[in-house]
Design a protein around this ligand. Structure first.
Ligand SMILES: Cc1cc2nc3c(=O)[nH]c(=O)nc-3n(C[C@H](O)[C@H](O)[C@H](O)COP(=O)(O)OP(=O)(O)OC[C@H]3O[C@@H](n4cnc5c(N)ncnc54)[C@H](O)[C@@H]3O)c2cc1C
Length: 408
């Protein structure tokens, strides 16, 4: 009897973890190789809203929707929109969000770290090999009896270790995927936006003003070439993460002369880029003093695709990295995981498939998955790109407020 296919997933982000869970539920063995040392290592901070037809659907099929609901924050959907001068244009903390159009509602928030825990805890023990950072992949052609040539993959890790004879390799290793070069030469490029991530922890107790101002969910200001994106997170009984974003050249953060680790970074940022804003908006930056991280927004070309290759594919950001301005990245990543799992399951269980080899079935499943994934990626990347143009324009706040009011 032939041994089952050896399946390797690279990356224990939302995409890789969701796929592993769905595969294990359907009697596929798989291993995830993850570069981080363990589950506690990185600031996994931030909050994600999961949409019904993508993120939530994947969790439902993975049998984890009820667990998600225990920790989800429906009130986190509340949105407040402010103009650069501080005028509040829209505030669902007061009105609720009942007159939102359907596609913009039922998107409860969950802390990224909590979502990751739910997925991690759902996997069979030993599924994840931590501290295994993929360096490169070699493709090996093997000749096999009547079914002819097939390809397997050898994984080389930075610690010198090697994994051989991988039949199905799935790159869920995010923006700087080391699997992607097997499929395309495309690399992420700078989108033109740099975001300064600022944290204020435990705001309910430590800064009641900030807690009240941001409200239960998100508080956004969009303007020509700049934006403030604030979101309440669940950790430490209420924390606020603010992105102060500016449209600037790629090397701006390094060449601006701002000492990002220094004590005056926030004051200088405000002085140079937000000085004409309302006082409340300036306070959002100045009073978020617990952490500062510079993040450049990278993206892959809208509509990226490649020639399907039997035995290897990509999921999530590895496949179609986009900027965060439509809040869809994690949802598309989890939808990818769901669709790839469905394709693999159907190709394993169909009558025709039972008469074919595993590698033939895997190749068919990948092609089927990629056809839809390319289109899903393109549509969402286009939406994100359009949002970015709209948000970083002079009427960015007004336009979104009008859409939420149902005027557009
Ligand atoms: C600032 C910011 C805000 C965002 N906000 C939102 C939002 O509000 N809503 C939303 O839907 N999306 C948001 N996103 C996008 C979302 O975070 C991503 O789309 C989502 O995390 C993609 O999941 P993934 O599993 O594909 O990749 P990732 O989450 O990037 O996971 C990749 C995993 O692979 C591991 N890895 C990387 N390289 C290697 C290697 N060489 N070897 C082994 N392991 C490796 C990493 O450590 C990581 O665990 C945001 C993104 C950013 C940057």
């Amino acid at each position: 009897m032939m041994s089952p296919p050896k399946i390797a997933l690279i990356g224990a982000g939302p995409a890789g973890l969701t796929l592993a869970r769905l595969l294990q539920q359907n009697q596929f063995n798989c291993t995830i190789y993850e570069s981080e040392v363990d589950r506690y290592v990185r600031n996994q901070g931030g909050t994600l809203d999961l949409h019904t037809k993508t993120g939530q659907l994947a969790l439902k099929e993975a049998g984890l929707l009820e667990e998600f609901k225990k920790y989800a924050r429906p009130e986190g959907e509340c949105m407040k929109l402010v103009k650069h001068d501080g005028t509040v244009l829209w505030d669902e903390n007061e009105t609720g969000n009942s007159n939102r159009v359907a596609e913009d509602s039922d998107r409860p928030e969950i802390d990224r770290v909590r979502l990751r825990d739910i997925l991690l805890d759902s996997l069979q023990p030993g599924t994840i090999k931590w501290n295994r950072k993929l360096l490169r992949v070699d493709a090996d052609t093997k000749t096999r009896g009547i079914s002819g040539d097939r390809e397997t993959y050898t994984l080389h890790f930075t610690d010198g270790s090697v994994e051989k004879d991988i039949d199905l390799l799935v790159g869920a290793d995010g923006a700087w995927s080391k699997v992607r070069p097997l499929l395309t030469d495309e690399q992420p490029f700078y989108s033109g936006i740099t975001c300064i991530e600022l944290w204020s922890l435990g705001v309910d107790a430590k800064n009641p003003w900030l807690s009240r101002y941001v409200g239960k969910g998100s508080c956004f200001m969009f303007d020509e070439g700049r934006a403030l994106l604030c979101q309440r997170n669940g950790e430490q009984n209420g924390s606020v993460r603010t992105y102060a974003c500016v449209r600037m050249p790629e090397k701006w953060a390094e060449e601006s002369g701002i000492d990002w680790a220094g004590t005056h970074a926030r004051e200088t940022l405000v002085e140079r880029h937000f000085n004409d804003c309302g006082d409340d908006l300036k306070r959002l930056i100045l009073e978020s003093r617990d952490e500062l991280i510079v993040r450049k927004a990278w993206m892959l070309p809208v509509g990226i695709k490649w020639e399907s290759r039997p035995g290897v594919t990509l999921l999530g950001d590895a496949a179609h990295l986009m900027t965060p301005f439509a809040g869809v990245g994690v949802n598309v990543a989890m939808a990818d995981a769901l669709e790839l799992a469905r394709a693999l399951i159907s190709c394993k269980d169909s009558v025709v498939a039972k008469e074919s080899s595993d590698d033939h079935n895997i190749a068919v499943a990948i092609k089927q998955y990629e056809t839809e994934m390319f289109e899903r990626g393109r549509q969402n990347a286009q939406k994100t790109w359009d949002n970015m143009q709209g948000h970083f324009s002079a009427n960015g706040s007004e336009e979104l407020a009008a859409r939420l009011k149902g005027h557009n």
